[in-house]
Design a protein around this ligand. Structure first.
Ligand code: NAD
Ligand code: MG
Length: 397
């Protein structure tokens, strides 16, 4: 299994010093919810580093509220504004992509929550692992792009990667106490998104506003479009392969519109375990940050009587081709998932800007996958080149 689990005896977090957390992408949907979790558990967690790409005002407000050791703003043009406000408060300010990587080495960083979006997560995640810092991983694109390098480095350095994605957290929770038992298969549940049940004719003219309305989860724009196109589930299939050391034949997807069962594991004796709860990302965030402890909270509780029917459907891969493309990329291996991811990032961006339609996203990703040269065992440089080439072709498409 490529995933190394922490098997240390259970020590209540509050009996140790609070864990110093670096949140990469603190102004996003996951980042903000992580701050709520930290605020509710000051005896368990403290904020050591906060980072954002462009939203310097929110980053500044967060820093004033949480008093981290340092902040990093991706867009260097906002460095001076932030520095003028935060240096007098004793908060260090850095800017740019390199700072995002070098900050991982800070002594007070005990764990890194990767809550930034897209390919941009790859370098800082590798940097954190090189510095020996455990990862709470929300940024699934990193594992899609270079899962072999990331999990290989984690294994080599004996560093754990804790899943934040709700499906993978569900599987991780089902595996507690079972780490020695081989997995026969896993079942990832998918809500089906806002267009569940629709056919290609219905989807030809859908607008970004319609795709941005997710029935069960409130998330950043990119993952919301990915959920509507089922690419999110495709990325999660690849993420699961690397986190749990599985073959693609061991990973199934089932549509479960209520999003109550977050995913399931089947063991070799046929027994299945599932993790259930109301859809709320704060639970998987808290579980990853606090592992192996479960921290008491006042999140709303699930009641079976409010959900007399939990239903399940086969995913429609004819209409939602992205899920099939992701399985294809996983089976092909090498740089293909990286190419799929890059083409998809451009596709989502172009769809949101109105330059291509909803169905064209899959056509474009498929064309780019067929046109970028295949690399069977890519190095980091090969992945970077494949990403750049796929983006170039997707922009020109
Ligand atoms: P978001 O768009 O709401 O937030 C993204 C954050 O990353 C922001 O703080 C932004 O400033 C920062 N960022 C963006 N581009 C960056 C760059 N180039 N360099 C540095 N920082 C950058 O996204 P989100 O919905 O919070 O999702 C974050 C990640 O978590 C994604 O990989 C997503 O797939 C994953 N995830 C999200 C959810 C969810 O409920 N939102 C659930 C599961 C997994
Ligand atoms: Mg998910």
């Amino acid at each position: 299994m490529s995933f190394r689990f922490c098997l240390s005896p259970r020590i209540p977090l509050h009996m140790k010093a609070p864990r110093g957390i670096a949140i990469l992408g603190s102004t996003g949907s996951i980042g903000r919810q992580a701050l709520e979790v930290i605020q509710a558990n000051p005896e368990s967690f403290r904020v050591e580093v906060l980072t954002a790409n462009r939203n310097w005002e929110e980053l500044c407000q967060q820093a004033i509220a949480f008093n981290p050791n340092a902040v990093v703003i991706g867009d260097e043009s906002h460095y001076n504004e932030l520095k003028d406000i935060l240096w007098p408060l004793g908060i260090k300010v850095f800017a740019g992509e390199e700072a995002l990587c070098s900050i991982m080495d800070m002594e007070g960083v005990d764990m890194v929550l990767t809550a930034l979006v897209g390919y941009a997560g790859l370098k800082p995640t590798l940097a954190a692992l090189r510095c020996g810092k455990p990862i709470a991983l929300a940024n699934k694109e990193t594992l899609v792009v270079a899962g072999d390098l990331v999990t290989g480095l984690a294994k080599e350095s004996g560093i754990n990667i804790y899943p934040v994605d709700s499906e993978h957290s569900a599987i991780f929770q089902c595996l507690a106490g079972e780490f020695h038992n081989p997995i026969e298969k896993i079942v990832l549940t998918a809500s089906g998104g806002p267009f569940r049940g629709k056919k290609r004719d219905d989807l030809a003219t859908v607008l970004p506003e319609q795709a941005l309305k997710h029935p069960n989860w409130s998330m950043g724009a990119k993952i919301t479009i990915d959920s509507a196109s089922l690419m999110n589930k495709g990325l999660e299939v690849i993420e699961a392969k690397w986190l749990f050391g599985l073959e693609s034949s061991q990973i199934e997807v089932v549509v479960h519109p209520q999003s109550i069962i977050h995913s399931l594991v089947q063991f070799e004796d046929g027994s299945m375990k599932a993790q259930l709860g109301l859809p709320d990302m704060k639970l998987p965030i808290q579980y990853a940050l606090g592992y192996p402890n479960r921290l008491a909270n006042d999140f709303p509780r699930f009641n079976f009587l409010d959900y007399p029917t939990l239903s399940f459907e086969q995913p429609d891969m004819e209409t939602f081709r992205n899920l099939r493309l992701a399985f294809d990329a996983l089976q092909k291996g090498g740089n293909m998932p990286c190419v799929l991811n890059a083409a998809n990032e451009v596709a989502v961006d172009r769809f949101l800007k109105g330059s291509i339609g909803f169905l064209a996203m899959s056509d474009m990703i498929s064309d780019v996958m067929q046109s970028v040269p295949f690399e069977g065992s890519p190095s980091l440089e090969n992945y970077m080149a494949s990403d750049a080439e796929a983006r170039r072709r997707a922009e020109e498409w």
